[in-house]
Design a protein around this ligand. Structure first.
Ligand SMILES: Cc1cc2nc3c(=O)[nH]c(=O)nc-3n(C[C@H](O)[C@H](O)[C@H](O)COP(=O)(O)OP(=O)(O)OC[C@H]3O[C@@H](n4cnc5c(N)ncnc54)[C@H](O)[C@@H]3O)c2cc1C
Length: 421
């Protein structure tokens, strides 16, 4: 039986842990928080998962919130001037690619208990580099899925795949409840329950997603992505959730005035339902070399950390976990060498993560001619908008048209749109 250690009980680590248990491996998961600490702690993220990722969780029997969590049925997007004036509105349905967002505190707390119930070995420990070496000595393979944890320093930055030297956005997020923001149609201009996006040129973006948390049930997440130094970059001085909420209301009033009244009676779902901060998106080399000469492999954010603007990080961590589970099983009784780790990661990078990263980085910049052509057509042709938002689930489907105007024209024409759109 293959003996596998996983460091980090997050989206990627749990996905690997349950998937490898299912494949008959002996799995030990090291993680640094108990279920009670998770449930009573601050939100780490506001991750929304597309249907493809939810399907992976369904196959693993991890979809405990399927019937209680609201479904994100499509995207309602406004592109705006810094004054808040709308330049273009896009409405696209996700149809069979709809998704859900479950509070990671809720999810990881339940999954921690479920992992032990299914026979996995759970060790509550913040693993240090020294401890990692002794863990690796006992295992056939050690996978480091530590998110943004400090242990990532083990994996060197890959300068050829990383484009950012500083954080492109300052982030602020909240979970809010209130009668006007939950339910099927909070925005009357969308005939579906939307992921609500606002892109404010030169200033930043903010998103609101249908959400589920243990502390309040159905609610909505609000994520603000402020360009550093911009007029939206106001959250950094806030010291608690109520200050964050007040700033959030001001920002929405200033940049998306018609959305502002929805938050009139909104409240935090719980005192810990907020976060703020910034990080530098970084792609790292997947092989970590330990002092003993042993090697470990990075997974998820530990080696492929993107800005949340495109809603891809958790989806990417799960896609990578699926890729790895297959590769681990296919490797049979052969050893998991540095070469195997590099080749396994490179195959995933070429097939998936390179597109995820490029798409995410593209959204952080002003849209180019090709994407503007599709967005402009999508504002008037529902089929174009629907197929545009469908690509979020599999970012490689944005290619080739995202960066090529003739291909963008063909994408539009094939869906009944036109240049005059
Ligand atoms: C505001 C915000 C919004 C987001 N929105 C989206 C979205 O809409 N869609 C999406 O797909 N993604 C989104 N993301 C990204 C997503 O949350 C992450 O990409 C995803 O959780 C990464 O999974 P992971 O397993 O790599 O890391 P994580 O889920 O962060 O898990 C890492 C785990 O490892 C533990 N750990 C760290 N170091 C150690 C150690 N030394 N020893 C033991 N345990 C350790 C941590 O405590 C944590 O539990 C968002 C992120 C943020 C910040």
């Amino acid at each position: 039986m293959k003996k596998i250690a996983i460091i980090g009980g997050g989206q990627g680590g749990f996905h690997l842990a349950f998937g490898l248990l299912d494949r008959g491996c002996d799995v030990t998961l090291y993680t640094d928080r108990t279920p009670d600490q998770l449930l009573g702690g601050r939100i780490p993220s506001t991750a929304f998962l597309f249907n493809q990722t939810l399907d992976m969780e369904r196959r693993l029997g991890l979809n405990f919130w399927e019937d209680v969590a609201p479904v994100g049925e499509g995207m309602l997007v406004d592109f705006r001037e810094p004054s808040g004036k709308t330049l273009l509105t896009l409405k696209g349905r996700l149809f069979d690619k709809s998704g859900q967002a479950i509070d990671q505190r809720t999810k990881f707390a339940r999954w921690t208990q479920e992992f032990e119930r299914r026979g996995g070995r759970l060790i509550l420990q913040t693993v240090s580099l020294e401890e990692l070496d002794s863990i690796a000595a006992e295992c056939d393979l050690t996978l480091v899925a530590s998110g943004k944890g400090a242990i990532n320093a083990l994996f060197a930055r890959d300068a050829s795949r990383s484009v950012h030297a500083t954080p492109p956005r300052n982030l602020a997020a909240l979970l809010l409840k209130g009668p006007q923001i939950v339910g099927d149609r909070p925005w009357s201009k969308a005939d579906f329950r939307p992921l609500r996006f606002n892109f404010i040129f030169g200033v930043g973006e903010f998103f609101s997603l249908p959400f589920f948390t243990h502390s309040a049930g159905e609610c909505r997440s609000f994520l603000f992505e402020a360009r550093p130094g911009s007029a939206m970059d106001r959250f950094q001085a806030a010291t608690d959730g109520n200050e964050m909420l007040k700033i959030a209301k001001d920002v929405i009033r200033d940049f998306a005035p018609e959305d502002a009244s929805l938050l009139d009676d909104a409240q935090l779902t719980d005192p810990n339902a907020w976060l703020k901060g910034a990080f530098t998106p970084t792609v790292r080399h997947p092989v970590g070399h330990l002092p003993s000469g042993r090697v470990v492999m990075g997974v998820g954010d530990a080696v492929c950390l993107n800005d949340p603007i495109a809603g891809q990080g958790a989806n990417n961590a799960s896609r990578m976990a699926e890729h790895l589970i297959d590769a681990i099983v296919t490797n049979g009784t052969s050893p998991y060498t540095a070469q195997w780790m590099q080749e396994t990661f490179d195959a995933f990078w070429d097939a998936s993560a390179s597109y995820t990263t490029a798409f995410t980085n593209a959204l952080l910049e002003p849209p180019g001619e090709a994407i503007m052509h599709v967005l402009g057509a999508g504002a008037n042709h529902r089929a174009v908008a629907d197929d545009f938002v469908a690509c979020f689930e599999t970012p490689r489907n944005f290619w080739p048209w995202i960066a090529d105007l003739p291909a963008a024209r063909r994408f539009v024409e094939a869906r009944g749109g036109s240049d005059a759109a």
